[in-house]
Design a protein. Sequence first.
Length: 542
Amino acid sequence: MYFSVLIKALVATAFLLHTSFAAAVPTAELIETRASSSCSNNPANRACWASGFNIANDFDKTFPSTGNTVYYNLELTNGTCNPDGHGPRQCLLFNGQYPGPVIRATWGDQLLITVKNSLQDNGTTVHWHGVRQYHSTGMDGVNGVTECPLAPGTSRTYSFQVTQHGTSWYHAHFSAQYGDGVVGTMIFDGPATSNYDVDLGTYPLSDWFYMTAYQINAITSQNLQKLQGPPSADNLLINGTNVNANGGGSYSRTVVQSGKAYRLRLINIAVDNYIQVSLDGHPFSVISTDFVPIKPFTANWLLLGIGQRYDVIITANQTADNYWFRANVARACLSDKKGFGRAVWSYSTVTSATPSSSPLPGEPQSCIEPGPLTPFWYQPVPSGSFQSSVNSFGNTSYPDSMAVLPTAPQGQWNYWLIQQPSNFPLIAHPIHLHGHDFYVLGQGTSQYSSSSASLNFDTPPRRDTATLHGGGWLALAFLSDNPGAWMMHCHIAWHVSSGLGAQFVEAPNQIVLPDRFAFDQECRNWKNYATHAYYQKEDSGL
């Protein structure tokens, strides 16, 4: 397919033993926020947590074990939804709602989430975006990679420990299914790098189509053969709602109190578009990227690729009034040519009304991610043995048709250099990694050249989704420390559907296998269903 060749394999492997790593460098701020076991998390000290854990912990190696198990039940059904008042259309919904229920747990909890597939004619799997699934690859929720699809009428329970803290989302990983509503958000409570009074929870941002995702996917597949793009989104949603072009629908509304500081958890759950956001009159103090706490920085606008998250602090310190929260399609990323969302934020002492506020300056005119995105806890990435090699893996050539890529042995670093050919459409791609997050060593908007590229090995940004610029490159590093079968792919739904992804097996002899009886039974259920419900294969299935 057209997009299956967009990413050439550009990978180099550094053979450095884990024991040779440079130690993490504690900063002054980090040392000052080390807390005693008696401190508690409260508005005046969000750096603290419990049982001696705090924001200074190396969350790769250290996380609580609360002994607490949190249970959720999600039932996926056919239904209709009408989030912007344009009119109902067919949707696939968790527990009858869009977005699905918020899953909330505490750092160190065990999550048990039972998913029942009550769809009329679809399989499904559910992926917990950004969750490392540390030694639990069988819970990653990728059909054809970690499990068989869940057949209609059957259930499975996903079980994993919450070893990270922050904000994310969950969604179907079954063709373009999540574009029809199979999404929800997640909060894993933990410490933070800045204080706040109130946690407002998740604030999902999404494009919205009046045709179903499967209809859009089919049209897009046909368009790709003619080097044409997908149909345009019909609207953008903020927190699951918006008004439509004819004035129907409603805005999401948030009420704040003067003088309070609010934590807001921004998530791009779109299928096709980068989105840039701002709140009139109120800059963001950014404290987290994906699941990674960062040193706070201030921004008037933020740009989010699909799958990316930013946790921000908003201080209600302006004149009491009504203000627009703005979400615009990021045209500089060659996302859609139209689309904007609006929501209303009101101070508690005024009557909620249509705002007349003006946007803050600094709306992004490029597809460059904001920054600096400096992790609060960090370690330098080893650079001494880094070598770039185009169209090779570990300096050994392999064919484009190779289905599964090996990785560096456990305790050693992987370096991936991903290049988009300059003769392809200059579309930005949000690249997402399963089973790990990664250090972003560098990005560029032209072809990679080792003589001109500036790679950051000392304090690189760290996240699980990053932008490959149109005609540009993306250099990533991650440590082999989580045996499993993992995906790396573009998170534009139509692109991964058309093959823009790779899968790799890490330390196959050390993979903790799921329950074999349950695994085999799920595959038998799917085989029995698929035998009698044949559909022409249209895409990668991912």
